[in-house]
Structures are given as structure tokens and as C-alpha cells.
Design a protein around this ligand. Structure first.
Ligand SMILES: Cc1cc2nc3c(=O)[nH]c(=O)nc-3n(C[C@H](O)[C@H](O)[C@H](O)COP(=O)(O)OP(=O)(O)OC[C@H]3O[C@@H](n4cnc5c(N)ncnc54)[C@H](O)[C@@H]3O)c2cc1C
Length: 425
């Protein structure tokens, strides 16, 4: 006879671990503890947390709702309840209460003081272990979930029965961490619709940058490694500018990324998938008008050297001079004065035609997932399969870079736990 749990949490990533840690906190001193199991397919929980924030884990952002919500897509209203129930400040208080010291950095981003992402995972895992409320089973890959009176959760070897299920299997990004989209199939089998999934917060690939197999072409090689600070980047779709952002851009082996590239990638990927023409326009001198750049060029040229290469070497980071000329070859066949006249406009709007993007294997988050229309925003419970709850990236909810995605995972997990526990009473 199989044991029947009150709750099975499927997936020990950010949302699953937070749900388990929150239940542990609520019931650690209680005599009537629910029986809860956390099932994780990898040998250890939290593999994705360990690679977040370049290994430092930007676990939340201290912005209040009005400034936080524009960073949540596609429907921040759905998330409002979860955020108010467990805000970024609650996240910080909770982590501090379980022994993790925190530090607030530029952009109101919160990191562990140690700057080690692994410490975030360890804080949650150790808290769950200490409280001994939730049983954690790793190496348990759920293959199927069906529902009769109880949920029946099957791996290749075992079957577990549970009165309720919390699905926290994450999205499709970085499948090597265990998040390979399994939850969508489970949700679908239980009656849910899945909003088409696309990579988001991902590198955008300019024309002529790399081969299909990822090998860099000369243009990509010339740009790879370049980091630009305080520039402005606009996204153009079918010749209309649809988004403009200010900040930092990184050119990597993937293409154009960094905070600006990532921020524009959500709309850019959607547009490319819809067959629209996509370009990025880079303003290398956002603080200067074209007239001011013209004055600057005149000053530089007064030294006697007014070749376009010399002027660019004075105006651009060294690594950008060659690719800039590769993108604007016409300058090399012009008279110096004529080329100099064109420079201000080109520096304010360097055009990269975007032909593709880096896929799920290396994107930060999934755009799409379990349709929010079929989930209660008050409890995270399915409107179609009572007793089934969702939290984290498996939902059609994603955030920008800056700690928004982990906060989405934490807030939805805590709200789901409240929903599960109040339904049990
Ligand atoms: C490189 C990178 C950097 C990032 N940096 C940040 C950052 O600094 N700040 C931020 O806010 N966000 C960041 N994110 C995004 C953030 O990590 C995710 O949005 C968040 O982890 C989602 O939490 P989750 O619990 O929903 O899913 P996940 O953390 O992906 O966890 C899902 C878990 O479910 C398990 N699982 C899946 N299928 C099964 C199955 N069939 N059976 C059992 N278990 C299963 C997986 O193994 C995994 O452990 C980053 C993402 C990446 C890829």
C-alpha cells in the first residue's frame, strides 16, 4: 500500500525550496504537521539557483510594487496578490531569519553578503532539514501525474499518492540544471493550456555575427568581449522603434546581451518568431546631441589628423573601431570631411540587423507557460483541477533581470502554500 501524503511538491528549485522552507517554518513547532514530500529529479536541489546572478544570486529587488510591477510580464496584475502577500522585504526578512546575511547593491538588487549563490540554496536546504517537516527525495524524476480521488505521481520506479500537488518544475531555460519543461506536460495532462514558450533574457544575434553552429564570424570575433557602459539601445520592429533602454551592453560569443540586450530580448524574440524585421539601434553617445558630437569631431580634427580611423579612435573604445568600420564601409571610400559629417548620426544610431537569438540552452528565463487564466491569483490553485497548485517559472510569468524572477518564484510559492494550508483547514 502506497503512503498518502497531504502535499507533494514537484521540483526542488527556487519555488519548490521556498514552498518547503515556508511550510517548515509554519509547522516546525506544531503537533499536527502535514505530511509533505519534495521531489527533485536531480541529485541535489537548487542547481539553477547556484548559477544565478553569475554565481552570486540576485535573489530579489527592494523596489516597491509601483516600480517592481513594470518588470513583470505578461500580466503583472496576476502577480500583485502574491507580491503583497510576500514582498521582496518579506523575502529579505525570511532569509535573514534562516541565517543568510544580505547586501543591497546598485539598482536595488539584493545578493547574499557572501556573494555566493550556493549559500542561498544551502540556507533553504538546511532550514528544511533542520525543521524536519518536509521529506526531501532527490533523484526522483516525475514522469507522470494523474488524478483520481488522489494525485498519483509516478517515476520509473515508484508511485507516490498525494492529496494535493504543488507544481514547481520551472521552465525550459538551462535544461542542464534539471528545468526541461516537464511541468508543462503534467499541467496539460491535467487539463491546462500552455501559452507558447520562447526564450527570454537571451542574446540577440546580429547578421554576420556567427554561424548557425555557433562559430563566430570575423565580425562577431571583432566584437566579442566588448562591454559598453551607459549607452542607449533601441529595438526596431518593422521599422518602428518599440522599446528604448539605457544601460550596459555586452557582446559575447552568443551575440548582443548584457542588461540592455536582455531587456529588449523579450519583444525581439517574439517579433523574430512572427517573421518581423528586427534591428537594434545603438546610441554610443546618449549624453551628446549630434551638434555636440560635431563640435567634438572638429576639435579632434584640428590636431591635423582628420582621417576617419583617427577620429573614431578618439570617440570610441579601441575594440569598437574595426567593427564600426565593417558596418559602415562606405566611410573608407569617402573624403575625410565628408566621412566626418556622417559620423555624428552613425554614432547616435549604429544599426545591427538581428537575424536570430540564443535558444533555451542558454537563456535566463522562459516567456510562456501555464496559462494564468486557468489559475487563481489569490491561491495559485488550478481553476480546472482542484488540489493542483502552481508556483514559479512553470507559470506564464517572467521578469526582467534584477532579482525579479526569483521574487516571482518566492512570492508565488508562499502564496500557494497559504492556499494549500487554508484549503486543508
Ligand atoms: C544563468 C541564469 C541566471 C539567473 N540569474 C537570476 C538572478 O540573478 N536573479 C533572478 O531573479 N533570477 C535569475 N534567473 C532566473 C531564475 O533562476 C528562475 O526564474 C528561477 O530559478 C525559477 O524558479 P523555479 O523554482 O520556478 O524553477 P527552477 O529553479 O528552474 O527549479 C525547477 C526544479 O524542478 C526540477 N524538476 C523539473 N522537472 C522535474 C521532474 N520531472 N521531476 C522532479 N523534478 C523536476 C528541476 O530539476 C529544478 O530543480 C537566472 C536564470 C539563469 C538560467
Amino acid at each position: 500500500m502506497n503512503r498518502v501524503y497531504d502535499l507533494a511538491i514537484i521540483g526542488g528549485g527556487a519555488a519548490g525550496l521556498m514552498a518547503a522552507a515556508w511550510i517548515s517554518e509554519k509547522y516546525r513547532d506544531s503537533e499536527s504537521r502535514p505530511s509533505v514530500v519534495l521531489l527533485e529529479k536531480m541529485p541535489r536541489c537548487g542547481r539553477k539557483i547556484n548559477i544565478t546572478g553569475k554565481g552570486r544570486c540576485n535573489l530579489t529587488n527592494t523596489r516597491m510594487w509601483d516600480e517592481f510591477s513594470p518588470h513583470v510580464h505578461p500580466n503583472s496584475q496576476f502577480f500583485k496578490n502574491a507580491f503583497y502577500n510576500f514582498s521582496s522585504h518579506d523575502t529579505m526578512d525570511f532569509f535573514k531569519s534562516i541565517g543568510l546575511e544580505l547586501s543591497v547593491e546598485r539598482g536595488q538588487r539584493v545578493y547574499p553578503k557572501s556573494m555566493r549563490a550556493m549559500d542561498v540554496t544551502d540556507a533553504l536546504v538546511n532550514h528544511i532539514r533542520r525543521c524536519a517537516v518536509v521529506e526531501t527525495v532527490t533523484g526522483f524524476e516525475v514522469k507522470e501525474i494523474s488524478r483520481d480521488d488522489l494525485f498519483c505521481i509516478k517515476s520509473e520506479q515508484e508511485t507516490i499518492l498525494s492529496k494535493k500537488v504543488l507544481l514547481t518544475t520551472g521552465g525550459l531555460s538551462y535544461p542542464s540544471t534539471g528545468s526541461s519543461g516537464d511541468g508543462y506536460a503534467f499541467a496539460k495532462a491535467l487539463g491546462h493550456s500552455i501559452v507558447h514558450c520562447r526564450p527570454s533574457l537571451t542574446a540577440l544575434i546580429p547578421s554576420g555575427y556567427r554561424e548557425k553552429d555557433g562559430t563566430l564570424l570575423p565580425f562577431g570575433k571583432s566584437l566579442q568581449g566588448l562591454q559598453l557602459k551607459n549607452v542607449s539601445l533601441s529595438l526596431e520592429v518593422n521599422s518602428n522603434v518599440v522599446q528604448e533602454e539605457f544601460g550596459d551592453v555586452d557582446f559575447t560569443d552568443g551575440g548582443i546581451e548584457g542588461s540592455l540586450g536582455f531587456r529588449l530580448s523579450r519583444k525581439a524574440v517574439e517579433a523574430l518568431d512572427n517573421g518581423q524585421k528586427v534591428a537594434l539601434l545603438l546610441d554610443l553617445k546618449p549624453a551628446l546631441s549630434e551638434d555636440q558630437i560635431t563640435q567634438r569631431i572638429k576639435r579632434e580634427a584640428s590636431s591635423g589628423n582628420n582621417t576617419v580611423k583617427y577620429l573614431l579612435s578618439k570617440l570610441l573604445p579601441r575594440q569598437l573601431v574595426t567593427p564600426f568600420l565593417m558596418m559602415n564601409r562606405q566611410l573608407l571610400s569617402m573624403h575625410n570631411a565628408e566621412a566626418a559629417r556622417l559620423l555624428p548620426a552613425l554614432l547616435k544610431s549604429l544599426r545591427f540587423d538581428i537575424v536570430s537569438y540564443v535558444g533555451f540552452e542558454r537563456c535566463v528565463v522562459t516567456n510562456g507557460g501555464v496559462s494564468l487564466k486557468e489559475v487563481s491569483q489569490k491561491t495559485m490553485e488550478s481553476k480546472l483541477a482542484p488540489g493542483l497548485f502552481f508556483a514559479g517559472e512553470v507559470l506564464d510569468l517572467d521578469g526582467d533581470t534584477g532579482g525579479y524572477n526569483l521574487q516571482i518564484a518566492f512570492s508565488t510559492a508562499v502564496l500557494a502554500v497559504s492556499g494549500i494550508m487554508s484549503a486543508a483547514q
